[in-house]
Design a protein around this ligand. Sequence first.
Ligand SMILES: Nc1ncnc2c1ncn2[C@@H]1O[C@H](COP(=O)(O)OP(=O)(O)OP(=O)(O)O)[C@@H](O)[C@H]1O
Length: 263
Amino acid sequence: MNETVNTQQGERPPILAAETLHKSFRTGSASVPVLTGIDVVFREGVCYTIQGVSGSGKTTLLHLLAGLEDPDTGQILYRNQDISRFSRKRLAAWRGRAIGLVFQAYHLLPELTALENVNLPAMLFGQRDPKPGWELLEAVGMTHRWQHRPWELSGGEQQRVAIARALRNDPEILMADEPTGNLDEETGLEVIDLLLDLQKSRGKTLVLATHDPRLAQKGDQQLVLTGGKLERVDPTSAASVPISGPPKHSLESRLEPESKTYL
Ligand SMILES: Nc1ncnc2c1ncn2[C@@H]1O[C@H](COP(=O)(O)OP(=O)(O)OP(=O)(O)O)[C@@H](O)[C@H]1O
């Protein structure tokens, strides 16, 4: 990656940020710390990969970023708004519109066709027009299977449908948690290339968690989760640089003023 690309990405507006996130899980009498101080800013239209070994906390971090779980301490800021201050209803509405989620296990509803699965997120907001779902099935090359139920599709086909579903509400941010974890190598690479094509052509921010270094290298910005903290991989030196720790300024002051009026 050259310096120009890095500079351009650095100038893009922040869309989602985490500030001094901590998260532990209690098992019996023991408290297991998983995230021990995460500070990170995600910018519009950039693909971030988060690499980490199994159990390092990638899923936990994505859950916190999407407001699916609460941190013990720290904040998630969406366009300078602390999502912990959202009501439950507003949080669910924000997640449904701003974030598209792609999971390792697809999570398609078995009783629905491929097209109905894609349109489901919009139906939850009262939109019944099937055309956008059809266009998304076209974008992922799956219109020929529109009537199939998930169990009539291969793993790669199910993940294509799941990617189309994640895009259905035109979210600004895509989050993908080990999206190729259940796929063979060749299919996995096809699915990742499709995801990256759609992310770039539609200008989405993508946060992609993977344990696979080859997939992690596809990110514009490569992050590594280790010891409960995030490090940034410097592609020129292949070394990782810590980015966690107490911020010098609050994230509020680092986010662009124009973003404060969003929502
Ligand atoms: N609800 C929970 N209760 C107790 N411990 C949990 C819970 N959720 C996660 N953990 C623990 O937190 C750690 C991080 O889990 P997490 O699923 O975030 O890791 P991961 O990096 O996504 O792993 P993988 O790549 O295997 O999916 C693990 O040690 C896990 O056992």
